[in-house]
Design a protein around this ligand. Structure first.
Ligand SMILES: Nc1ncnc2c1ncn2[C@@H]1O[C@H](COP(=O)(O)OP(=O)(O)O)[C@@H](O)[C@H]1O
Ligand SMILES: [Mg+2]
Length: 489
């Protein structure tokens, strides 16, 4: 049994199915959380569940006339439901009575997962009660006589107009969409919390090591908030030159400073009604921190070169991969701002602490990169998977993703094998490794020497063992020991 308490789309990319079924039943839990994804290119697809041939013809003529790129017709509700989960659909039309489930049930199920789909229903036999149930299920329109050309035309015209206004905020389950995947209890609970707080306007602070999925979590929160149709604006505070940072965030008027040739709207204003993500917030310069604090407290900003305050309504998500408390203690980050941002703290555990996610993510990335590169690598061999599971992954999910991508490019044949995996960081310890000094234990010193030697010979163990004057076997045992110590902690 597959269970998904998050109440979002649950699906397996086709290609995985036989690969994953065993794992599914073994673990009895598998979560595939699809994110809302904003498509850059506005394409409109319509899915219609109608069996009357004449009606089908008329509807498709109307839709083509109004610039809909793709119309697909089905007769069974279950088939339609399956298709909705697989592709991005903007408009759904369902007859009241379908072959299997009722049109109202279909609309209800679709709207629950894809609230942004514009749903219409129609029937010549609908009663007032049917119309009410259709609306309660989430349909926007009910065509009381679909055989009346004018009614169809008007209703679909409204539908196309409505969906063209907004970028598509539908969760897309296609394999190229970015999804947040986990079967780890701790991360799963965290996502549940994130889902619960998403609709509020409270500021959220996302922390975690680099590559753990912090940005992905921020878009997950946006996708699950009532702001999902509004802008999602992300800014990397570390990438901002200090002089430009203020104008980037708050905007400026023409002539506010040399070079300000025209008015510029800042990120806070661009994110109006939506979500503003401040990535690497700890990198922000202290003077700007003061201005950010004021903006958050007053809920208003002032553009450079203007004193008129502008009210703002943007939900702020701050991201940091540092221990922010330390930054506060060190005086690099304002304490008051820290507390102002830290209303809802969400910390993503590192990949080494959620090992059960490794095979899941590895399979998912394999599928994605194979699709992208039109390769037909079907599975990850058992030995390659074992190797993946035992890695410490200092670069977390990003590193795993890159490793699989390289593997797909290097490998050929149906299986990803250990030799296709270039594990860059295999045994190099974290970068904060101390160098040899008084106060270290002999064991620490030995470890240090071994890592340095391996580094120097590009991880060639035969070479390293020779230089260290120990057997390859001893070297291997020592590395295993370090690795165990590392993954245990
Ligand atoms: N749980 C996850 N499921 C699927 N992909 C993930 C997951 N976590 C991270 N990723 C992927 O790993 C990469 C790094 O994630 P990102 O959100 O940029 O991390 P961070 O901001 O913490 O450095 C991205 O390509 C992201 O899509
Ligand atoms: Mg990031």
């Amino acid at each position: 049994m597959v269970s998904c308490r998050l109440d979002v789309t649950l699906s397996l990319p086709h290609h995985w199915q036989h690969n994953c079924r065993v794992r599914l039943s073994e673990k009895a839990k598998f979560i595939f959380v699809t994110l809302t994804c904003i498509e850059k290119m506005r394409k409109i697809s319509a899915l219609l569940v109608v069996d009357d041939v004449r009606l089908r013809k008329h509807i498709s003529e109307v839709l083509v006339k109004h610039g809909v790129d793709r119309c697909e017709f089905y007769t069974a509700g279950e088939d339609a439901l399956e298709q909705v989960r697989k592709r991005s659909i903007q408009i759904l039309y369902a007859d009241l009575r379908l072959d299997d489930i009722s049109g109202v049930d279909l609309v209800r199920q679709v709207k629950k997962v894809f609230p942004a789909i514009y749903a219409l229903m129609g029937s010549t036999q609908g009663t007032a009660r049917d119309v009410i149930s259709a609306m309660q299920a989430g349909a926007t329109d009910f065509i009381i006589d679909p055989f009346e050309p004018e009614l169809i035309e008007k209703a679909f015209e409204r539908a196309v107009r409505a969906v063209s206004k907004h970028p598509s905020p539908n969760p897309i389950n296609r394999t190229d969409a970015k999804s947040l995947i986990t079967q780890d209890k701790a991360l799963f609970d965290l996502l549940n919390t994130a889902k619960k707080v998403a609709p509020s306007t409270a500021t959220i602070l996302v922390t975690g090591e680099s590559g753990t999925g912090k940005e992905l979590l921020a878009s997950f929160i946006h996708a699950n908030s009532s702001r999902h149709r509004e802008p999602y604006v992300a800014i990397n505070c570390a990438a901002l030159p200090e002089q430009l940072a203020e104008s980037e965030l708050f905007g400026h008027e023409k002539g506010a400073f040399t070079g300000a040739v025209s008015r510029k709207i800042g990120k806070f204003e661009s994110a109006e009604k939506g979500t503003l993500v401040l990535d690497e917030v700890t990198e922000m310069a202290l003077p700007l921190q003061a201005k950010l604090l004021r903006a958050l407290q007053e809920r208003e900003i002032v553009r450079l070169g203007n004193n008129r305050p502008i009210p703002i309504d943007a939900r702020v998500i701050a991201i940091s991969n540092q221990n922010m408390k330390k930054a506060v203690t060190a005086g690099a980050f304002r304490e008051d701002l820290y507390y102002r941002l830290n209303v809802i703290p969400l910390t993503i555990p590192p990949l080494r602490k959620r090992k059960s996610d490794i095979p899941l993510l590895a399979d998912y990335f394999l599928e994605r990169f194979c699709n992208r590169n039109a390769t037909v690598m079907r599975r990850i061999s058992e030995s390659a998977m074992e190797l993946l599971i035992t890695q410490p992954w200092p670069g977390n999910v990003r590193e795993l993703e890159n490793t699989i991508e390289r593997g797909v490019l290097i490998g050929s044949g149906p299986e990803l094998l250990p030799e296709h995996l270039i594990l860059e960081e295999t045994f190099s310890a974290p970068s904060h490794r101390p160098s040899i000094s008084t106060g270290m234990t002999v064991r620490e010193m030995e470890k240090e020497l071994i890592f340095n030697t391996l580094n120097a010979v590009n991880d060639n163990r035969t070479h390293a063992a020779k230089m260290l004057g120990i057997s390859i076997r001893t070297l291997r045992n020592k590395l295993n020991e370090y690795r165990e110590a590392m993954t245990d902690g």
